[in-house]
Design a protein around this ligand. Structure first.
Ligand code: TXA
Ligand code: MG
Length: 327
């Protein structure tokens, strides 16, 4: 049905999981928590269900979706894994890693979920609710982040409802997600693995397993993105975002990190600290919620202090750069 739907909030218990799984198996859209962000799920084998994802998000159909599986064996059956891909899957699944591999000729994932590409993005999330849900569905579940296209990714059920209430059947409410930025996307398509999107698994952790630095994504460029969905402008709050701010103008909202205070910060309209102790993992977990909250302050600009590049800092800086990109 294309009419407005009352979106149900399902509890994080066996009954909620069973209801969410039944809805997915019936071709409906259900948002669910992963350890990174909430995903907007649909049965990846059902093209009509997958079409609903693109419609609910206003997502361009050239941007392919990640298919989620309950365990590595189920994921291995959908794609063709070379030695490096196997190594990464063994090291990081379940977890915040997405592998782009050639689609297995017998894959059940429909063409639309892959945007017609010969490759396929696969992920085995570690969140206990996602694991239980995927096991009960027993099919690949296509799930982009559960936000309207181009907007900030959701890290709690209320964020999902802010963007998608009335457009999806249900959200399985698992509280706050733990990692807070999306999965790291690595392409293993022959040749050296390529890092398409920095995320919850750090570059250093990839290097430890691969024994080499993964090739970097090309610089974000609206015309020539590193991956089909790696658009320069993304994760955008309504407010303008200004990076590496060392001086705050009166009335701006300010996003802080660590103990340093930029000049003029006391004149800010609103202020939040991603991590007073300067911990990049804590900062990643708070990033998207903080952007949504500062946006709600009504400020015209969110000024962000410099964030160090180490650890999850690379993923945080990537998301902030896209939030600040011209729209
Ligand atoms: O943490 C996450 O990855 C979350 C949770 C829900 O799993 N999902 C997520 O999905 O962030 P989404 O659709 O917002 O981002 C998936 C990214 C997109 O940039 C897409 O272009 C890329 O993965 N991708 C998917 N399939 C691909 C493919 N075959 N080749 C290259 N990139 C691909
Ligand atoms: Mg997204």
């Amino acid at each position: 049905s294309t009419g407005p739907t009352a979106t149900r909030r399902l509890p994080p218990d066996a009954a909620g999981i069973a209801e969410a799984a039944a809805l997915l198996r019936a071709g409906r859209l259900v948002a669910f928590p992963t350890e990174t962000v909430y995903g907007l799920g649909a049965d990846a084998t059902d093209a009509a269900a997958v079409a609903g994802i693109f419609a609910a998000k206003d997502r361009p159909r050239f941007n392919p979706l990640i298919s989620h599986l309950a365990d590595a064996d189920a994921a291995l059956a959908e794609g063709v894994f070379d030695a490096q891909a196997r190594r990464l899957a063994t090291a990081f699944w379940p977890g915040p890693l997405t592998l782009v591999v050639p689609a297995h000729p017998g894959t059940r994932v429909c063409d639309l979920a892959r945007a017609g590409l010969p490759s396929l993005a696969l992920r085995v999330p570690a969140h206990p609710l996602a694991q239980a849900l995927l096991a009960e569905v027993g099919r690949p579940v296509a799930a982009p982040s559960a936000n309207r296209s181009g907007r900030v990714s959701p890290t709690r059920a209320a964020h999902v409802l802010d963007d998608l209430a009335g457009r999806i059947a249900a959200v399985l409410d698992g509280g706050d997600t733990m990692v807070g930025v999306e999965s790291t996307v690595v392409a293993c398509l022959g040749g050296a693995p390529r890092l398409l999107r920095p995320g919850g698994i750090t570059r250093a952790a990839l290097r430890d397993v691969l024994g080499l630095d993964p090739a970097s994504p090309e610089a974000a460029d609206a015309d020539r993105p590193a991956g089909p969905g790696m658009l320069a402008s993304h994760y955008a709050p309504r407010a303008r975002v200004r990076l590496d701010a060392v001086r705050i103008e009166p009335g701006e909202a300010v996003l802080l990190f660590g103990a340093e205070r930029p000049a003029g910060h006391e004149t800010a309209r609103a202020s939040l600290n991603l991590s007073p102790s300067g911990d990049p993992a804590e900062a990643a977990a708070r990033l998207f919620g903080a952007l949504r909250d500062l946006d709600a302050s009504g400020a015209g600009t969110i000024a962000v202090v410099p964030i160090p590049e180490d650890g999850l800092g690379e993923a945080i800086r990537d998301r902030l750069a896209r939030a600040a990109a011209p729209r």
